[in-house]
Design a protein around this ligand. Structure first.
Ligand SMILES: *[C@@H]1O[C@H](CO)[C@@H](O)[C@H](O)[C@H]1NC(C)=O
Ligand SMILES: *[C@@H]1O[C@H](CO)[C@@H](O)[C@H](O)[C@H]1NC(C)=O
Length: 509
């Protein structure tokens, strides 16, 4: 009897406390005047369940359609879409600090990745010392290596196309992007195309890592739940190998082998135009040669961030272009004309691609509609707070813009914002400059803009141009061409495409 009544007292006081918390969050919280789904105001699980199920690319677009440009998506998080706020949060000068959410991306071994570093001065130092490796002129020095991977991709696709069956472009474009990154980061391809397999299960494991890291950001302890020694030894006892650790070890051996080779050659690395050569020359804050872990971090960064994102962009382009026959025909004609008039005997280069305005417009437009990253890029609202659409967001509040929502804002892109319409980029110089400065495809134009965007641009332009030159493409199941899961990246699965080699234009390598 006494026990039952204490039990009831506990239940009643707990319910009272929860009710009190809910009332506070809905009615009294500093964000209480910001619109949003009721359950999102009550707890973080509205957002978190959508994160776990991988549908965020739809959820975030829908919730803004329903509640407008400022939405409370968790008790203490606001998602916005706004031209001015985009500059305030991400632009040069005044940009706002990243939130704790990003700490989930720190690699378990090695040095902090600059992507996850939240302190601005350190970020700027770490970023500056790698930026030389990522400039367009540096990437163009590596173009022959990228082309070698592309040649192999096209050859493989041709071999598979003869069977008449659709090919799995999710698989092929991803294998291509990983091989390119292997070339750039370690000086040799990883062998995904050559062996037609997921070498070291790298792709699968990176995907799984992103699945966890993207979701765990909002829980306390974040990835430590998985990376702590206790969990790791339990997993090891159960025979579950940590494949990411295995890859880190492999990378570390690669990096060490290069350091040894460098020492044998008296420090000269000139016949190795790749990014590893650049990373090995970096200095630390005191001007000393960097530690091996820091070099390793940069290489891992490149593999983790530079491959999936690029393959997503390539698929977005193929899909969008194939979805409008009129665009497809015009683009293929533009590419053919360029090859024929210039009697190209070598595959088209990135710089030559820049002479094809319709190609540039179509790829921009496809990446606008489906940017690779669809989660909000979370920042703390600046010291003065942030006012968007007459709603005040207090200083320090976690607030962010999702690139997919900004990239479809009708205020910027017009009534046909949801449509694939490359022509919007060709109306006038001024309009195209305006659109360019408002896109979030690469995370905005500020100091945190995607450092690897030039790699992506080179791969995207060249692969789209060469695919259209050498194949006729048709997407299987046009109504449901793929399914997307979003875990920070919006990855398209099961993208099946019919390829027919164009006999008039055989492969060039
Ligand atoms: C396509 O490839 C992926 C691996 O990238 C695989 O998971 C998927 O099942 C494949 N889909 C089809 C329809 O073959
Ligand atoms: C998006 O904007 C950035 C920064 O202004 C620009 O460098 C980039 O080319 C733009 N991307 C597209 C797809 O327009």
């Amino acid at each position: 009897m006494a026990f039952a009544s204490t039990g009831w007292t506990a239940v009643i006081s707990l319910s009272g406390a929860i009710l009190g918390l809910f009332i506070y969050r809905v009615c009294l919280h500093p964000l209480s005047s910001i619109p949003g789904p009721l359950s999102a105001k009550l707890s973080g699980s509205w957002r978190n369940t959508r994160y776990w199920r991988g549908t965020w690319h739809n959820d975030i677009v829908d919730v803004h359609k329903r509640y407008g440009p400022v939405v409370r998506i968790a008790p203490n998080e606001v998602s916005i879409v706004d031209q001015q706020a985009m500059k305030t949060l991400y632009g040069h000068g005044s940009n706002a600090a990243k939130t704790q959410w990003y700490a989930t991306w720190n690699p378990p071994i090695g040095a902090p990745a600059f992507f996850a570093v939240r302190e601005k001065k350190l970020h700027s130092f770490l970023r500056k010392r790698v930026s030389g490796a990522y400039t367009m002129s540096a990437i163009l020095k590596y173009e022959p290596r990228i082309q070698a991977c592309l040649d192999l991709l096209l050859r493989k696709l041709q071999n598979h196309a003869v069977s008449g069956k659709a090919v799995n472009m999710s698989e092929w474009t991803n294998a291509f992007a990983f091989d390119v990154i292997g070339q750039l980061a370690y000086g040799s391809p990883l062998g995904h195309l050559d062996t037609e397999s997921d070498v070291m299960e790298l792709r699968k494991n990176i995907f799984n890592l992103f699945f966890l890291a993207a979701n765990m950001g909002h829980y306390s302890g974040q990835m430590k739940l998985f990376t702590n020694p206790l969990t790791q030894s339990i997993l090891a006892l159960c025979g579950i190998k940590n494949r990411i650790a295995e890859f880190q070890e492999w990378s570390s051996n690669r990096v060490q082998a290069r350091i040894d080779a460098l020492e044998r050659n008296g420090g000269s690395d000139k016949d190795r135009p790749d990014m590893l050569a650049h990373f090995l020359n970096m200095k630390d804050t005191k001007g000393n040669r960097v530690r091996t872990e820091e070099v390793l971090s940069e290489a891992l960064n490149l593999v983790g961030a530079g491959a999936d994102t690029t393959s997503i962009a390539i698929r977005a382009c193929i899909h969008a272009i194939c979805s409008r026959k009129i665009v497809y025909n015009r683009l293929q004609a533009e590419i053919d004309e360029y090859y024929n008039e210039n009697t190209l005997t070598q595959p088209i280069t990135y710089l030559q691609c820049q002479n094809l305005p319709y190609l540039v417009a179509a790829t921009r437009e496809a990446m606008r509609l489906l940017p690779s990253i669809v989660y909000q890029l979370l920042r703390h609202a600046p010291e003065a707070g942030l006012t968007v659409n007459d709603k005040f967001i207090p200083p320090g509040t976690p607030v962010g813009i999702s690139p997919i929502v900004q990239n479809r804002d009708p205020k910027i892109w017009g009534d046909n914002a949801q449509e694939f319409w490359p022509e919007r980029w060709l109306e006038s110089e001024a309009k195209s400059r305006y659109l360019e400065s408002n896109n979030m495809t690469f995370g905005g134009s500020g100091p945190r803009m995607c450092v690897g965007r030039n790699i992506a641009l080179v791969e995207v332009h060249k692969s789209v141009a060469q695919l259209l030159r050498h194949f006729d493409m048709k997407v299987d199941n046009e109504d449901k061409p793929w399914h997307i899961t979003s875990y920070w990246f919006a990855y398209q699965h099961d993208f099946m495409v019919q390829l027919t080699p164009r006999e008039k234009y055989p492969l060039m390598a």
